[in-house]
Design a protein. Structure first.
Length: 109
């Protein structure tokens, strides 16, 4: 194996180790919380870590097969995060400020 290939392999292994350490810290955050927002952010980071892991595997194998899968996971992670954020924003809104569709001054927000 040549020197550039050795350096590539060492860097990819280091990236995988860092992804695994981040995953362990992420699981601790999901488990401990303390709030629903912390857990939601941790699950969003989980999607990013899965994408990073697939990217590392793709780089190690020098195979672009996982790129479309990574793109779909990024889209699902984004839409899931937006959905959770909207749910938490509506749930944490004070009772007097909740909007009701179909009423004057109301709307779906």
């Amino acid at each position: 194996m040549s020197t550039p290939q050795t350096v590539d392999r060492v860097l990819i292994v280091a990236a995988v180790v860092l992804i695994l350490l981040a995953g362990a810290a992420l699981l601790a955050r999901v488990w401990r919380g303390p709030s629903m927002l912390d857990r939601a952010i941790a699950l969003d980071v989980c999607a990013a870590l899965i994408i990073a892991g697939l990217g590392a595997k793709s780089a190690l194998a020098r195979d672009p097969f996982y790129f479309p899968i990574m793109l779909v996971l990024a889209f699902l992670g984004f839409t899931g995060s937006v959905g959770i954020a909207r749910f938490i924003a509506v749930r944490d809104r004070p009772p007097g400020q909740r909007r009701h569709p179909g009423r004057p001054g109301g709307g779906a927000s």
